[in-house]
Design a protein around this ligand. Structure first.
Ligand SMILES: [Zn+2]
Length: 309
């Protein structure tokens, strides 16, 4: 049975210990303690060792000149503080004191390989650092802003405006009707790859309403948004989405795609989806286990939560 605590990138979240973000004395002590752990990111990619884990460093990592101050991610089960450092694109491992400890690894590959806690930490850092890199100036007055509260806020030096990191909710839905579900594909995806439909929640609507609207816009299928049932969520750091997985009951079957959004949408039987998930389908394949879509499809294919209609 798929449990919300098992969804990749969401599993094993750290204790964020947010009260320390405002505690300058605690941070000063933590940043000099030999117990404190640091890991590096560069352009959204974590530094990983040959064994497939994060490279853990001590406070000497601060001497590597990260872009801004360290990002405090929380404390682990033993109370050890954990920070991430964002290195500039110019930072080269070759010749650095940490040369030989690991390599910066493509984020999608890394998050699929890291163990749950490390994947959660690195994906959180990726989202936050991406936000910092693109919010160097105040959205109110245009002056320079600086990272404060251990990396969880930016403050404008001119108007004192406060800016907080974004998380953009995305409704990712499996529309079902009887023993079939709807999957679609975008033109840019690899041949044979199908997934759940998805779209950003807009201001003024709920996740359920967004799911039903996107379904109609992209595939021409109507559904009562009140039939949407929440399954689980997943933070998705590309760059900063919150995927909200729902199953909703389709009321119509005729597909009319919006070619600007998707290339194709098709109904699949439960047994077809099972064979797709098991890698047995001759031509169609599904998102990998790291993606929430995989788990939404799996829940429906094997646990049938949408059969209340
Ligand atoms: Zn300002």
């Amino acid at each position: 049975m798929t449990h919300m605590a098992d969804i990749p990138l969401a599993a094993k979240p750290i204790d964020r210990a947010a009260h320390y973000r405002l505690d300058a004395a605690w941070q000063r002590a933590a940043l000099t303690s030999p117990e404190t752990l640091f890991f590096l990111m560069r352009e959204g990619e974590p530094l990983m060792n040959a064994a497939g884990g994060l490279v853990w460093l001590g406070p000497h990592a601060l001497k590597l000149s990260p872009i801004e101050g360290p990002l405090f991610l929380g404390v682990d089960k033993t109370g050890t503080p954990i920070f991430a450092l964002d290195m500039s694109a110019r930072f080269q491992l070759e010749g650095a004191p940490i040369d030989g400890l690991g390599e910066f690894v493509d984020a999608r590959h890394a998050f699929g390989a890291l163990r749950a806690l490390e994947a959660n930490l690195a994906s959180t850092a990726r989202s936050l650092f991406e936000w910092h890199r693109h919010h160097g100036f105040c959205a109110r007055c245009g002056a320079k802003s600086v990272s404060v509260e251990a990396g969880w806020k930016r403050q404008c030096e001119a108007c004192r405006g406060e800016h907080f990191p974004r998380t953009d909710p995305v409704a990712i839905m499996l529309a079902v009707k009887g023993d079939r579900c709807l999957l679609g594909r975008q033109a840019s995806w690899p041949k044979g790859f199908y997934s759940c439909l998805a779209g950003f929640v807009e201001p003024g609507e709920t996740v359920e309403q967004a799911a039903a609207r996107e379904l109609e816009e992209e595939a021409g299928i109507q559904a009562d948004w009140q039939s949407a049932r929440y399954l689980f969520g997943q933070p998705w750091p590309f760059p900063s989405s919150l995927m909200v997985g729902v199953i909703l009951q389709a009321e119509t079957e005729e597909i009319t795609i919006d070619a600007k959004e998707i290339e194709e949408a098709k109904w699949f039987s439960r047994s077809e989806v099972q064979s797709i998930l098991e890698g047995q389908h001759p031509v169609i394949y599904a998102p990998p286990e790291m993606a929430i879509a995989h788990h939404i499809m799996k829940v429906w294919a094997y646990e049938d939560p949408g059969s209340e209609a």
